[in-house]
Design a protein around this ligand. Structure first.
Ligand code: URP
Ligand code: ZN
Ligand code: ZN
Ligand code: ZN
Length: 467
């Protein structure tokens, strides 16, 4: 039995903030005691004490949207499960939910097995899987039931990327009907990919090939239209819906209207939409390619609607959609044709810090920070209260965070295996100091002490926002 105490910090959860000492035993949190009642925690016999005075004590981050080693556009996302989960730990994230992919014409099981093989023995922190449905048919619909039973309880479909991951409305409706009966949650990439492909073809024919055109053809209206359509299809199926990587104000409005009707509709946004904009896609010398992702970055005016959505619960979750491609050799595949730039951006290491900066800047409260980054994603994807909070019985996934430290984000100092930072030079107030994953110190005052293979696969319950 190993016992650790974290003493004197401000424990922040989605529900409350209290100065408390935290007792950890065999990988779990077993007790909290108010710091001003030292008689309670003074009797704890521990092997190790972590001094958190002047620091925050936070639940480890839950990043519910990552793509380690994802195949896309003839290449693979640059972070492996090993490098990507190590970078996540550096950034205070202790659980990722990555996307296993069903290949067209293949079984869900084959895709899931392949993703287990990539992750097993390689992760520094705990991990779980969603399943991407690329081929909805009788047998894959049946397999959805089996996956829900074994802890893969959410399924992503794409209204974008015709010929690759795309599902038509009939396939979406069928999968939603299945989710309505088996308790699964459909996660939607909501962009009208058929219309977008027409605009892509027209743009290229006109000689418009720069990265910025990626943002011009993937119009906000086509995100809003797809979001609206996904919501209506979910209503017809009687299924809940989670819309991923929401970027446009008009799409937030669709989610808000559905939620005001009382529908079980949820939304996620990502740091890139909160902190970056089409100004970045517009950078000269093909630098804009670093900022190509889908949904695309939007004009800066959209950010206010995203922040408001996060404050008012029109949006519930901030995940990264971490899908890094190096500028050299990968993003460069799209020189002369923006449609060949691999879609995706790095960020798994930066999410907790960027959102803390949002607390400093007054966009969200400290507790809302922990809600959108830890508790809500854990609840949404059936991991709560094992993950996402600090409470007796929870896994001891804990971050000691120094709110007064200052840092500058940079590719020179980050740990993601990608040759640029989307936030190069950005000053951040606050920094992760120490991280525990199931009671093991994996980052010790900014020295990495974790190891590949410490992280375990976590089977999930169904969405905990539903009755
Ligand atoms: O550009 C992105 N988001 N790449 C990853 C795949 C996806 O659509 O989430
Ligand atoms: Zn997507
Ligand atoms: Zn994604
Ligand atoms: Zn590289």
């Amino acid at each position: 039995m190993t016992r650790t105490a974290i003493r004197g910090g401000l424990v922040v959860t989605a529900a409350e903030e209290t100065y408390a000492d935290v007792l950890i035993e065999d990988g779990r949190i077993v007790a909290l005691a108010a710091s001003d009642a030292p008689s309670a925690s003074g009797s704890w016999a521990v092997e190790r004490t972590i001094d958190a005075r002047g620091k925050y004590v936070l639940p480890g981050g839950v990043d519910a949207h990552t793509h380690m080693e994802m195949p896309f556009g003839g290449t693979y996302a640059a972070d492996t499960f090993e490098t990507g989960t190590r970078a996540a730990a550096w950034g205070g994230t202790t659980t990722i939910v990555d996307f296993a992919i069903q290949s067209r014409g293949k079984a869900l099981r084959e895709g899931l097995d392949a993703w287990h093989a990539k992750a097993e023995g390689n992760c520094a922190i705990d991990y779980a899987f969603h399943m991407i449905l690329s081929d909805v048919n009788e047998s894959s619909l049946k397999e959805m039931d089996l996956l829900v039973d074994e802890g893969v309880t959410s399924f992503k479909q794409f209204m974008a990327y015709p010929g690759v991951f795309y599902s038509d409305d009939g396939q979406i409706l069928r999968a939603m009907q299945r989710a309505a009966s088996n308790g699964g949650l459909i996660m939607m990439h909501a962009e009208n990919g058929i219309a977008i492909d027409v605009l892509v073809e027209q743009a290229l024919a006109e000689g418009r090939t720069d990265p910025r055109v990626h943002g011009e053809v993937r119009k906000t209206l086509l995100e809003a239209e797809a979001t609206h359509r996904a919501i209506q299809l979910a209503r017809v199926a009687g299924a809940p819906l989670y819309v991923v990587h929401v970027s446009a104000e008009e799409a937030v409005a669709e989610l808000a209207a559905a939620r005001h009707k009382g529908l079980p509709v949820f939304g996620e946004t990502c740091p890139q939409y909160l902190f970056l904009s089409t100004d970045d896609l517009d950078r000269p010398d093909f630098e804009g390619a670093k900022y190509v992702c889908s949904t695309p970055l939007r004009p800066r005016e959209h950010q206010a609607a995203l922040w408001k959505g996060l404050r008012t619960d029109e949006l519930q979750v901030v995940s990264t959609d971490h899908c890094p491609f190096c500028f050299t050799g990968q993003k460069e595949l799209g020189r002369g044709d923006f449609s060949k730039i691999p879609n995706g951006m790095p960020g798994v290491e930066n999410r907790m810090d960027l959102l803390h900066q949002a607390v400093v800047d007054g966009h969200i409260s400290r507790r809302r920070w922990i809600d959108i980054a830890c508790a809500a994603p854990a609840r949404m994807f059936g991991l709560y209260p094992k993950k996402g909070t600090i409470a007796p019985g929870a896994d001891a996934d804990v971050v000691v965070y120094d709110p007064a430290a200052e840092q500058t984000l940079s590719a020179e100092t980050h740990h993601m295996d990608v040759d640029y930072s989307a936030y190069e030079g950005r000053r951040i107030r606050g920094r992760v100091e120490t991280v525990l994953s199931r009671g093991e110190v994996v980052l010790d005052q900014r020295e990495f002490t974790g190891r590949a293979g410490h992280g375990s696969y976590v089977p999930r319950a169904t969405c905990q926002y539903l009755g």
